[in-house]
Design a protein around this ligand. Sequence first.
Ligand SMILES: N=c1c2ncn([C@@H]3O[C@H](COP(=O)(O)OP(=O)(O)OP(=O)(O)O)[C@@H](O)[C@H]3O)c2ncn1[C@@H]1O[C@H](COP(=O)(O)O)[C@@H](O)[C@H]1O
Length: 107
Amino acid sequence: MADDVLQRLAAVLEARKQADPQSSYVASLYAKGLDAILKKVGEEATETVIAAKGGEREQLIYETADLWFHTLVLLAHQGLGPEDVLAELARRFGLSGLEEKAARQNQ
Ligand SMILES: N=c1c2ncn([C@@H]3O[C@H](COP(=O)(O)OP(=O)(O)OP(=O)(O)O)[C@@H](O)[C@H]3O)c2ncn1[C@@H]1O[C@H](COP(=O)(O)O)[C@@H](O)[C@H]1O
């Protein structure tokens, strides 16, 4: 399920490369360029830290979603996607390519 959400969101982020910045938040970030995207990632990381220190579970989930979202925008802008990060995590976890695919299908 988590994989599916990431892949579907990544497809939307890819499609937004052709969208009008006036009508799409993601397209407006692409139009502003890498530094603007990095600024958002930094802001959302800080907000995640503050939420964790604040101790409110819902706030931490909300801010982490903002952080993951802006990180996915950054990856898309750089020609990468969640599958690249998942493959790296799987490698660190000791899963081969075939095992990784099977593990995802069994989720
Ligand atoms: N998941 C998200 C998502 N999470 C957060 N955000 C936006 O990220 C911004 C978060 O920034 P802040 O919390 O700093 O709030 P802000 O002050 O309004 O933001 P700024 O004006 O400072 O950039 C807000 O504008 C949120 O609306 C998102 N915007 C879009 N998505 C997804 O991306 C898809 C494409 O979005 P559009 O490009 O807008 O169609 C959507 O269908 C959603 O699925």
